[in-house]
Design a protein around this ligand. Structure first.
Ligand SMILES: Nc1ncnc2c1ncn2[C@@H]1O[C@H](COP(=O)(O)OP(=O)(O)OP(=O)(O)O)[C@@H](O)[C@H]1O
Ligand SMILES: O=P(O)(O)OC[C@@]1(O)O[C@H](CO)[C@@H](O)[C@@H]1O
Length: 304
């Protein structure tokens, strides 16, 4: 079974404006809200592909109830731990540029944390845990290391989709997959990365440091996959960019969903790019139909 862990879920409030005028009253011309958080997005995309998963993490208050209710209504299985404070609301401004304001998240008590660790220690060798997104502000900073250690002890594979500073801490624990974007990869190595060739070079270093598979996304410039045996590059399809929120999560979901269903690794990668772009071309997560329509435009080439 695939489990997704979102330590810091959110209600994503997406608002459209012509222009953001700082220091003024701004009125929106469109708005939408979704259950958010990286692991939750992974579970929702998996479901759209017909792949079951269990979404776990901490939810609380009216916003937490909203997140849980939306997921349950869609059919995503959940096993959340209830916390006292409200799940955060993240604001995504869609004007000429995208601007995101992500909140810190609720307090997580020592008891909440113990419950989570107990849940993860129950995983087994047929399970994969996707740990994704930020750590709520008042949680221990080494929480990802603690959780992936429990995963390793339980014999479960794990995937991490989080900022470069978190990747640095967990890379040696041999994640099955990590998916930095080119900025995060650049932060990791203290340099700028602009091309698929550079991404493949530095992605290979992450694979040598412990990651079994590395996908580096470069937004509209393409993506690369580095495995123990080979490296592949893909172009991205053309389309109207609507909101990139969740595009990276869609890639993780589609790669895992396809690969664990027996699809070859390069084809799973091609599908992952299609799912990423389907989301980039949608408000909210892209549908399976949109991803499948885009597939034909995507070509994967072996580069090593
Ligand atoms: N302008 C674009 N045109 C086509 N596809 C895009 C575009 N921007 C993003 N994508 C798709 O989304 C994927 C992920 O984009 P990106 O590299 O920005 O990752 P990310 O920063 O992790 O995403 P997120 O915005 O979810 O954090 C890309 O590999 C691509 O498939
Ligand atoms: O603050 P974090 O946890 O880093 O990111 C949270 C978030 O921006 O990530 C998702 C998109 O990837 C959104 O649904 C959500 O609002």
């Amino acid at each position: 079974m695939i489990y997704t862990l979102t330590l810091n879920p959110s209600v994503d409030y997406i608002v459209g404006l012509e222009e953001v005028k700082l220091g003024n009253l701004n009125r929106t011309n469109a708005e939408a809200k979704f259950p958010g958080g990286k692991g939750i997005n992974v579970s929702r995309v998996l479901l759209s592909m017909g792949v079951n998963s269990v979404a776990t993490g901490f939810v609380g208050g009216f916003t937490g109830a909203y997140v849980k209710e939306c997921l349950n209504r869609e059919g995503v299985k959940t096993s959340f731990i209830e916390v006292e404070e409200d799940t955060r609301i993240n604001i995504k401004l869609r004007a000429k540029e995208e601007t995101e304001i992500n909140a810190q998240g609720p307090n997580i008590s020592a008891e909440n944390l113990q419950d989570l660790k107990r849940e993860i220690s129950q995983l087994g060798s047929n399970d994969i845990l996707v740990l994704a997104g930020s750590i709520p502000a008042r949680m221990p900073e080494n929480i990802y290391e603690e959780l992936v250690t429990i995963c390793n002890e339980a014999g479960a594979e794990f995937v991490v989709d989080a900022e470069g500073s978190i990747l640095k801490k967990i890379i040696g624990y041999q994640p099955f997959l990590i998916k930095p974007n080119h900025h995060e990869l650049g932060q990791f190595f203290g340099r700028e990365i602009h091309t698929c060739e550079e991404a493949a070079h530095y992605g290979r270093k992450l694979q040598e440091m412990g990651a079994k598979n590395v996908i580096v996304s470069l937004a509209d410039k393409g993506a690369v996959l580095i495995t123990g045996q080979a490296a592949f590059a893909a172009n991205v399809p053309k389309g109207e960019m609507k909101s990139s929120v969740g595009a990276g999560d869609s890639m993780v979901a589609a790669f895992l969903g396809k690969y664990t269903s027996g699809t070859s690794i390069d084809e799973a990668f091609r599908y992952s790019v299609a799912a990423g772009s389907a989301t980039a071309f949608s408000i909210g997560l892209g549908s399976r139909e949109t991803a499948e329509d885009l597939l034909q435009q995507i070509h994967v080439t072996r580069i090593k």
